[in-house]
Design a binder for this molecule. Structure first.
Ligand code: HEC
Length: 143
């Protein structure tokens, strides 16, 4: 684990303790999230996107999800598109859309670049893992 990761996890932990974890475990209640203007604890980006889930998702992104291999270690884009900007090829970039995108991947015939993305990045991710990694990806472009 590098220093930047350590610092971001520390920051996430600090946030987690500041925010009561009321919003967990209600996947079907999560509607299109409203991007927050600030990153203060009072203005959490989406009910389902908790700092804890984001931290968990970061580990999946750089680990079993294989996302880093195609999207870059900072999600800056490589074989797959940049996931940190507000440009979305396949959706409007809402949390639920990202969850669906990661679950399904991008079949070759739908891929704008002609390169397919395997469902769940080709890894064996649980539904919870997918939601976590989607929360991380969502957080990158909604600060
Ligand atoms: C084998 C390479 C590969 C892996 C692994 C991979 N992706 Fe992708 N991903 C792509 C490609 C290629 C596209 C875009 C296809 C196209 O050109 O339309 C894409 C598209 C996406 C999109 C849609 C982007 C948009 O602008 O609409 C999201 C979100 C995404 N990937 C997230 C992930 C996550 C999260 C993981 C890890 C669980 C992951 N990807 C793993 C190659 C990959």
């Amino acid at each position: 684990m590098n220093l930047a990761t350590t610092v971001s996890i520390m920051a996430t932990l600090a946030l987690t303790t500041a925010v009561p974890l009321v919003a967990q475990g209600t996947p079907e209640k999560a509607t299109t999230p409203t991007p927050s203007k600030t990153d203060s604890a009072a203005a959490a980006p989406a009910a389902a996107v908790t700092p804890e889930l984001i931290a968990q998702g970061e580990k999946i992104y750089s680990g079993p999800g294989n996302c880093y291999a195609c999207h870059g270690s900072k999600a800056e884009g490589s074989v797959g598109p940049n996931l940190t900007d507000s440009e979305w090829v396949h959706s409007k970039g809402s949390f639920e859309e990202i969850v669906a995108q990661v679950t399904q991947g991008v079949p070759k015939e739908k891929a704008k670049s002609g390169i397919a993305m395997p469902p769940k990045g080709g890894g064996t991710l649980s539904e919870d893992d997918v939601r976590a990694v989607a929360a991380y990806v969502y957080s990158l472009s909604h600060k």
